[in-house]
Design a protein around this ligand. Sequence first.
Ligand SMILES: C[S@@+](CC[C@H](N)C(=O)[O-])C[C@H]1O[C@@H](n2cnc3c(N)ncnc32)[C@H](O)[C@@H]1O
Length: 321
Amino acid sequence: MSETTAAPRSRTGTATGEAERNPAGSCAAAPARQGQGSVFLTGQVCSREQRRGRYTPESLAHPGKMLPAIARYLIATYTEVGDWVCDPMAGIATTVVEAMHLGRHGIGVEYEAQWARLAAANIGLATAQGATGTGEVVQGDSRHLPVLIPPDLHGRIALVVTSPPYGASTHGHVRTPGPRRGKVRKIHHKYGGDAANLAYRDHDELADGFTQILTGAAAILRPGGIVAITARPYRRHGELIDIPGMVAAAGINAGLRLHEECAALIAGIRGGRLVPRASFFQQRNVRAAIADGDPQWLLQHEDVVTFQARGGSPVAPQTLR
Ligand SMILES: C[S@@+](CC[C@H](N)C(=O)[O-])C[C@H]1O[C@@H](n2cnc3c(N)ncnc32)[C@H](O)[C@@H]1O
């Protein structure tokens, strides 16, 4: 694997919020419900509504954003007000922004300049809306995470939350040239043009790179700190690619202790029934597979794999809460 520079390419978007109230009028401001067991009710509100007024409209262009409710649930569960949260693959800074609104301090690292700029804008917006925590984003390659995180934060990070990038087949939005006419065009499905972005590595290289990132995470966590990774299996040419399995192996190889595996719902639940929120491409791929005699299902959850750093007190699993 070719190495890229270990030095920070730039550090942007430092922001502080002092006010008590978050004026973002969206439902995203609702506090996370504690103790939901091993299946988190994080899809009650659709993703667009979760972000409305809380993230810049340009942020929609990112192909693989975490649901704000998932970030919020993990932060509320594993940290206290004033703690530090880090996302080494920060994208548009969902984790950092949700941490700030919950009175925690967030620091993110993002490889692509275009997403780092949007992340900085979202951090600025959170501050303007009265978030009580601070936030910042560093642009760089998180395979060298400890070099990118200021030394005074080493050993003080309570929680690392992130999600690895993977196959573009289920990402993006659709556009047609006219109403019900013409070929469907896919937009917003690319992370960036740089081949060093882990999104464009093959599965083994992604696994190696992600192991390096989690090794760095273990080095900056406080004793007993938590790492929470969300991931979904996806299909490439019909073959199931086990991204959650890759994540579990990466954490163990990074020296972290596997804590538990939970599920965060993307679907809502109303009156005891699932409200599916599948993308156009997911639906199309599953329909095509079923038509070919392969009985596939729509995935309506993210796997959440959690690890605990050595030292500190053991954290109770979600299933015991
Ligand atoms: C699945 S997205 C994470 C989205 C983010 N949690 C959010 O909600 O906005 C993965 C991100 O990792 C970034 N990335 C890929 N390789 C990276 C690397 N080596 N170092 C840092 N970020 C990287 C991609 O550009 C992408 O934005």
